[in-house]
Write a new protein. Structure first.
Length: 279
């Protein structure tokens, strides 16, 4: 099965246009959109901004892809810049048969390969917290400066970060409850595993990937793991693919004006793998 993977467009139409060209060039069976594919929505009106973009901008693109490439399946993962309320709009597209939302407790299988996804990230300085969790239960809560916002029962509200993170399961707990697919399967996690060369920011001394994601990969041995989130990392380290306990993990990175993506065949992963920029 031919697979294309990319992430972290943040709603940029230039990157979506380039992805359209790549899909027509490669004619994959599956394209996986690995989180932070939407523009940041307004903190008080995510429905009128980010969720509306899903309907007004994303849906027509996916419809056009599927019209010109009828065999194409589109898999979508949320990311830490995305609002939980926007997931509703994505699920509506799933209900319409346009795409598949990747989740950790729901297996999606296609042409003999199964997939699960994890949209979560450890805490960041960004102000949307719907898909952020502590990496492990015992982690300290870093109180970044500025406001933090999340979706609650009464809508969008500013949150107190200590209470917010302590009241939610950690990434480790969420992954412990994940449904493990039958082999072969692919793990799509927005956050890369820690200390791999896939999780470094410029001018930040320590890696910022996830310990929980790394342990999950080491323990469960997927065919490969696909990541994003730290999309500056390949520029910092020169590394976009790295083995973790024998599992090939990939973070293609991203730039505002040039598409970073990887393409590969699931039955001959290492021989077929290539990067749109770093061949």
């Amino acid at each position: 099965m031919r697979i294309c993977y990319t992430s972290d467009f943040h709603g940029r139409s230039t990157l979506y246009d380039q992805l359209t060209g790549l899909l027509h060039q490669e004619e994959p069976d599956v394209v996986i959109l690995g989180g932070d594919m939407l523009p940041d929505g307004e903190d008080q009106d995510p429905d009128g901004t980010q969720a509306a973009w899903v309907d007004v901008q994303l849906r027509p693109r996916v419809e056009a892809w599927k019209q010109s490439l009828p065999a194409l399946s589109v898999a979508f993962l949320m990311g830490n810049h995305d609002w939980l309320r926007s997931e509703r709009a994505v699920r509506a597209q799933q209900d319409a048969g346009l795409l598949v939302l990747l989740e950790s407790q729901r297996i999606w299988s296609h042409q003999g390969v199964s997939f699960i996804g994890c949209p979560l990230s450890p805490p960041t300085p960004h102000w949307v917290k719907d898909y952020e969790r502590l990496d492990e239960d015992a982690d300290a809560v870093t109180d970044f400066s500025g406001s933090a916002w999340a979706t609650g029962p009464d809508g969008i509200a500013e949150v107190q970060v200590e209470q917010h993170f302590r009241s939610r399961p950690s990434m480790a707990a969420e992954l412990a409850a994940a449904t493990i697919p039958p082999e072969p399967w692919i793990f799509v996690a927005h956050t890369p595993p820690i200390d791999t060369g896939l999780d470094r920011l410029p001018n930040v001394e320590s890696p910022i990937g996830s310990k929980a994601v790394r342990r999950f990969i080491e323990s469960h041995q997927p065919l490969c793991a696909l990541h994003g989130h730290v999309h500056e990392s390949p520029e910092v380290t020169g590394v976009w693919c790295q083995e973790v306990a024998g599992v090939l993990c990939m973070n293609p990175g991203q730039k505002p004006d040039r598409l970073h993506a990887v393409c590969f065949d699931s039955d001959r992963l290492r021989r077929s793998l290539w990067h749109t920029v770093r061949e």
